[in-house]
Each structure stands twice: as C-alpha cells, then as structure tokens.
Design a protein around this ligand. Structure first.
Ligand code: UD1
Length: 318
C-alpha cells in the first residue's frame, strides 16, 4: 500500500514507519519537524517537510496515497489545559485538514493515534472500550472529538478508520535503527533516565497514598514497537474490509511508579534517588487496558511483557 505517515519523524511515528517498511509498504513521511527529528527517518523513506495546517501542501502529499497513519499532535496534558487554543488548532483543525484532503484525493483508510486519555478517570481499573468516554483534560478531549469526526466521515464519505487508544507508550527500537531520543518528555521513564544521567537530582513520585498495593499510581506501559505492529495490522485489516473501530493498545499488566523505579535500578545497576511529592492533579490511581478487542480483531499481541526488557531499550539510547 502507498501510505502517508503524518508525524512519521516523531517518537511513535518513526517506529510505525519502520514496521510498515519492513512489511514492504511504500511510505511517505509528512512531518513539520516541530518535535520530530530527521535522524528518526528510517532508511530511504520519502520525506516531505510539511505542516498539517498547510492544506495545499498536505493535499499535494495526499495525492495517490491509499492510506494515512496520523500521529501528528500536541500531547502534553498540562499544556493542553493552559493553552487549549494550541490543541484546538493543531489537533482538531489539523486532523480535519487530513480528513478533508483524504476525501478530496479519494484516500480510503486512516489509522489514528488516540489515547487512553479519552476515558478520563474511570470507575474501573481495567479499561475496555465500553467504559464511558469522559476525558478530564483538553488533550484527551481533542482525541475523542477526532474519533467522532472520523465516525462522521465514515458515515458520510466512506472513510474507514481505526483509532488506536494507546496506554503509556515507552521504550525504543531494540535494533537501534531509530536513534532520535524524544526531546523534553515529561513522562515517567524519560524523567527517571534524567535522574540516571545526573541531569536531575531525584525523581519526584506524585503521591504514595493511592489505594494501590504500594500507594503509587499504576499504569500499563506498552512498548512503542508493539504499538507500531498494531498500526500495520490495523491498516491491513482495513484494506481487507474491516469496519471502523476504536481499539485499546496496552499490555493488560499494571506497573506502579515504585515498581518502575525498581526495574530501572536493576537495569542500570544502582539505586535511583526518589522523594515523595503530593499527588498530581488528574492522575487516576490505576489505568490498565483490556486489549481483548485488538487481539481479536487485529490478531495483535504485544511482544514485550517484561518491564525490565522495556527499560533496557530506553537505557540503551540514553
Ligand atoms: C498521560 C496521559 C496519556 C498521554 C501521556 C503522554 C492521561 C490519563 N494519560 O499519561 O494519555 O499519552 O500522558 O504525555 O491523561 N509520575 C511521577 N513522577 C514524574 C512523572 C510521572 O510520579 O515525574 C507518575 C505519574 O503520576 C503517573 C505515572 O508516573 O502515575 C506516569 O505518568 P506519565 O508518564 O506522565 O503518564 P500519564 O500521566 O499516565
């Protein structure tokens, strides 16, 4: 298939590009390099330095494409609450440009990076796709709205989509083919690695009074190469006639913040200094995926199940 990967120079996008190319797809990366990096471009793929807000440029890249993988978005939860306008424009208007360009060019399939943030603070700790959608931050709201727009473009224009709701994306390509480290990430594992490298004194653990076995928050950390393989399967299933779907991607296994710190200590071979800090606003105690639907519909399963194996892929690039 001829596939336009929008945001293909980014952290997750670069891993998706590699997975698609290894399956023989003809990939064009479209990225404005705002957070993506040229060093991430996998082998000889075709690259267009373009912005999703530049409709004529997007349209010209879209011509002749069979499918789109759309990973271009702003994704900092805190920033989305302070500057929602940035998220309205980049995430919502940018995605509408992509859908409109698809209609104009006759491109039929789209796989979209959605997020567990569409669920907000669910009552349940194991989340399947039937849990009510109730985002509690503007970032999550934009992801949910884009899923709804895709639903309408399916009904009205026959565009078939898969929205992949990522849980916590972590790790790097184990073969070392993708060398760009994600810049300025505020997520747990990158911050622990900054403590390891001496850039920070210690890790602040946000809350140790949650109703979890060790009092710290539990998340479902999914390796980025496992996310990537799901994108390939989703596109192939769409091309075989699968109906539009929203699917969770996670390992179905929870890891607490303290367990993550222990795994990192064991991989790097020394203690990692931590201090307990107050809870961070908007953090649910436990978020673990049910990935049953993705398993059934895509035949997908994650290869990385051991958190230390995941941490090793992060330590290798740091
Ligand atoms: C959030 C979003 C997710 C988004 C991701 C990327 C929700 C529910 N989830 O995940 O959709 O894709 O950000 O930005 O909105 N922690 C610390 N100390 C730190 C950093 C983190 O203790 O310095 C803890 C957090 O409290 C949390 C866990 O580590 O319990 C993971 O945090 P983080 O990596 O920021 O991801 P989420 O907030 O789970």
């Amino acid at each position: 298939m001829k596939i336009l990967v929008v945001g293909g120079a980014g952290y997750i996008g670069s891993h998706v590009v590699k997975a698609l190319m290894l399956k023989g797809h003809d990939v064009t990366v479209y990225d404005n390099l705002s957070t993506g990096q040229e060093i991430n471009l996998f082998k000889q793929n075709c690259f267009v330095n373009g912005d999703i807000l530049d409709y004529p440029a997007l349209l010209s890249a879209m011509r002749g494409q069979d499918a789109v993988v759309h990973l271009a978005a702003k994704k900092a939860v805190g920033e989305s609450m302070e500057n929602p306008m940035l998220y309205s424009v980049n995430n919502i208007s940018g995605s509408l440009n992509i859908l409109n360009a698809m209609v104009e060019c006759g491109t039929k399939y789209i796989v979209f990076s959605s997020s567990a943030a569409v669920y907000g603070m669910p009552d349940k700790s194991v989340i399947d796709e039937n849990v009510p959608l109730n985002p509690i931050n503007y970032y999550g709201f934009t992801k949910l709205e884009i899923e709804k727009f895709m639903g309408w473009y399916d009904r009205l224009k026959g565009i078939k989509f898969v929205a992949l709701r990522y849980f916590n994306a972590v790790g790097y390509d184990a073969d070392g083919d993708i060398r760009g480290k994600e810049l300025n990430s505020q997520n747990l594992l990158p911050i622990i690695m900054e403590v390891v490298s001496g850039k920070r004194d210690k890790l602040k653990i946000f809350g140790n009074d949650y109703s979890t076995p060790d009092g710290t928050c539990i998340r479902d950390y999914i390796h980025v190469s496992d996310l990537a393989s799901a994108h390939v399967l989703a596109l192939e299933k769409l091309a075989q006639g699968m109906e539009s779907q929203s699917l969770n991607l996670g390992t179905e296994k929870g890891t607490s913040v303290l367990e993550m710190v222990a795994a990192c200590s064991s991989v790097v071979g020394h203690e990692i200094p931590v201090e307990f800090a107050p809870r961070r606003a908007g953090d649910p105690a436990v978020l673990v995926a049910s990935a049953n639907k993705a398993r059934k519909l895509l035949g997908w399963s994650p290869k990385y199940s051991d958190i230390k194996d995941i941490v090793r892929t992060v330590y290798a690039i740091n």
